[in-house]
Design a protein around this ligand. Structure first.
Ligand code: GTQ
Ligand code: FE2
Length: 272
């Protein structure tokens, strides 16, 4: 479990100390301190908090890892994906699939914050790791579409959640998938819980969870963590977990389920 309060404070301090010329991205990696791990959050995925200052740009690049962002705070930042300028607003989800150009900018008054998730640890393991800087530094804008396959707007996701019934088995609450899957290696879900604990479950798929709304606690493999907006959790493969929201709560879930499914390794069961 990583606390947004701590992550935000560290990034705010980094805003005074590190610029995007030096760092490329001002990000804070959610390193999972388990034996043998060097940087990943779960085996296949890495998550990070990232911040951008008013007027700043973070130069464009592309890489073989697939990536996505979930916006935590601030209005006025944007990302340019393959020339498309996309506004980033709180709770929006933006995709940068494998090898698409992306750079970030901000015209906000204050600092803007989001979280990133990439399949870099999986790419690292398999070795097809490639990275390129954009020849222009910050990629020029060629269009400003109102909607794009690279973006899931919070209003649309909420409307989908409102139309969705709770899952009859009690594992997920009301749950919608963003994309099908959103990225070749990463599936995304928004889960809306309404006061009741989810039925304990385990799956071979690794999950990273970001709290979008509400408070509660989650027990993962016997350890219980309290959470509130912006906090992140690692639900590693085959460890049982259950979420207990205090009231209404919304969890944003990122998972390597497509990888497990593709290779015939996806197993799920009730756990307790
Ligand atoms: O925003 O392009 O957290 O390339 C890690 C690697 C963010 C990004 C991360 C990246 C990015
Ligand atoms: Fe990137």
């Amino acid at each position: 479990h990583w606390s947004w309060e701590e992550g935000r404070a560290a990034l705010t301090a980094a805003g005074r100390l590190v610029d995007t010329e030096l760092a490329e991205r001002r990000n804070l990696i959610l390193f999972n301190p388990v034996e043998g791990n060097t940087y990943a959050t779960v085996r296949t995925l890495i998550a990070a908090y990232q911040a951008i200052l008013p007027g700043e740009t973070a130069r464009s690049h592309r890489h073989t890892p697939n990536a996505l962002r979930f916006i935590l705070e601030g209005e006025g930042s944007y990302t340019i994906v393959d020339g498309q300028r996309l506004e980033m607003r709180p709770n929006d989800v933006l995709l940068t699939p494998n090898w698409s150009w992306h750079g970030h900018g901000s015209e906000a008054d204050g600092m803007c914050y989001w979280m990133d998730c990439l399949d870099a640890p999986l790419v690292h393991l398999l070795e097809p790791m490639f990275f390129e800087q954009h020849p222009d530094g910050f990629e020029p804008i060629t269009s400003e579409p109102v909607s794009s396959p690279f973006i899931f707007r919070w209003e649309d996701v909420q409307a989908d959640l409102d139309r969705t019934d709770p899952d009859p088995d009690g594992f997920h609450g009301r749950r919608v998938e963003l994309g099908s899957p959103a990225l070749a290696s990463i599936a995304l879900y928004m889960m809306r819980l309404s006061g009741e604990a989810t039925r304990p479950r385990r799956t071979t798929a690794n999950h990273v969870v970001c709290v979008a709304e509400g408070t509660g606690e989650t027990t993962i493999d016997g350890q219980t963590f309290s959470w509130s907006r912006g906090d992140m959790m690692a639900l590693p493969s085959w460890r049982p977990f259950t979420h207990r929201p205090d009231g209404d709560a919304t969890l944003f879930v990122m998972t390597d389920e497509p990888v497990m499914r593709t290779f015939g390794w996806l197993r799920e069961e009730a756990a307790g």
